[in-house]
Design a protein around this ligand. Sequence first.
Ligand SMILES: [Zn+2]
Length: 221
Amino acid sequence: MEEIWNGIKGSTRIIIKIITETVHRLVINIFDTLFGFLNWPEKKLRIKIVILQDPQAIPIVSPADLDTAIKYAKRSFKKNFNTRLLPYRSRQPFAEVLQRKAPYEVLYTKGSISALWEEFAITGSFFASNLSGLFYPVTAFVVLDIDHASGCSLGPLTDYVTLDPDGAKSDSTLAHEIAHACGLWHLTSKSNLLWRTSGRGDEVKWWQKNIFRSSRHVTYW
Ligand SMILES: [Zn+2]
């Protein structure tokens, strides 16, 4: 019974996200959909980083381990998209440890397309119930391991991304995964922020600015 319920909740969430995203790109943020490459005025993107605890109740990484990734994302988003990266609640830190115990399926998540199936199961329900807010902020969960990856995002279909300890401690993975959440997909140019693996640059193309700035996560307020 719980599996069916998780499936219904997951499907409902995804339908709501698709509608919300479409409204933002075609109505609320239409100026950025067309002219985002102009990069003005300055926009805001709020995030929260939620560090899970391992089965021994030890935080998977410490909040300070994410300092490099936060600094990188702040600089890259300001430079590339004229967007200020802010913590979800002003004057609060970006990263905090979640005291609630996470199930095994959440601590060891699947990457890429398998992550989509998890959205309809216990993992998706857990992430949804620990998000920092509706629609606008992006929540980054630090988990123990992601299959074949150090970070994962389902793009605009969810309001969260995941990082494993390597991803959390690397420079560009957080920025890369948030860029996916804001609608960007992989490119084959190594100097681009959307290059698939680490060692990527942080350049973006003009049309990537349009897509990023018209995302529901990137706001004027
Ligand atoms: Zn990616």
